[in-house]
Design a protein around this ligand. Structure first.
Ligand SMILES: [Cu+2]
Length: 197
């Protein structure tokens, strides 16, 4: 009886070994606040996005890229600049929140505007929490900006890519400089959502 049980356990273990690599790698992560383009698609704020609506966490491509879909043709809509991507109004300091559906060992998290890396956070190969937050200083970048947020995985050649559309400081641009400084440019200002109609 004990022997049978052991055999059953071995059988189960080999089943798992076979099943794990075959299961779809559907669990990774994405920036949900301020919403990334894949979040806008998945949550219906932008239409005609293609299959990204089913898996906003799956924009995974080789490291070192500077594009929204991570080089994946099936997610090419993410780099379509003719779409009306909503830009979240923010101050100079922005807290980015990642939702991770799989907590992969991590080297770094990087944030770019164009070719400029504006922030990097080093996890030294550690395993992140299911929710990851980074506060990024946008520096002198104002107005409409497209931030590329990248999650670099430690034990694979892959990274996860997110484009996040922001409207930096513009909601208060028309007001006098003092109130703008107090209200819009203070660290920790919570970005409010704004839907471009
Ligand atoms: Cu994953």
């Amino acid at each position: 009886m004990r022997h049978q049980r052991a055999l059953a356990a071995v059988g189960l273990a080999s089943l798992l070994l076979v099943a794990l690599p075959a299961s779809p790698a559907a669990a990774h992560g994405y920036v949900n606040a301020p919403p990334s383009r894949q979040a806008d698609c998945a949550q219906g704020r932008v239409g005609d996005c293609g299959p990204i609506v089913w898996e906003p966490q799956s924009v995974e491509g080789p490291k070192g890229q500077k594009n929204c879909p991570g080089g994946l043709p099936q997610f090419a809509q993410l780099s379509d600049e003719t779409k009306a991507w909503p830009a979240t109004p923010v101050g100079r300091r922005v807290e980015f929140t990642w939702t991770l559906t799989a907590r992969h060992a991590t080297t770094t998290w990087e944030y770019f505007i164009g070719e400029t890396r504006i922030a990097v956070f080093d996890d030294h190969g550690g395993r992140p929490a299911a929710t990851v937050r980074h506060t990024v200083d946008l520096g002198a970048h104002t107005g409409r900006q497209k931030v590329l947020a990248v999650w670099n995985i430690a034990d694979t050649p892959m990274a996860f890519y997110n484009c996040v559309d922001l409207d930096v400081g513009t909601s208060l641009r028309a007001t006098d400089p003092n109130s703008r400084r107090q209200a819009g440019w203070e660290p920790g200002t919570a970005p409010s959502r704004w839907h471009r109609l």
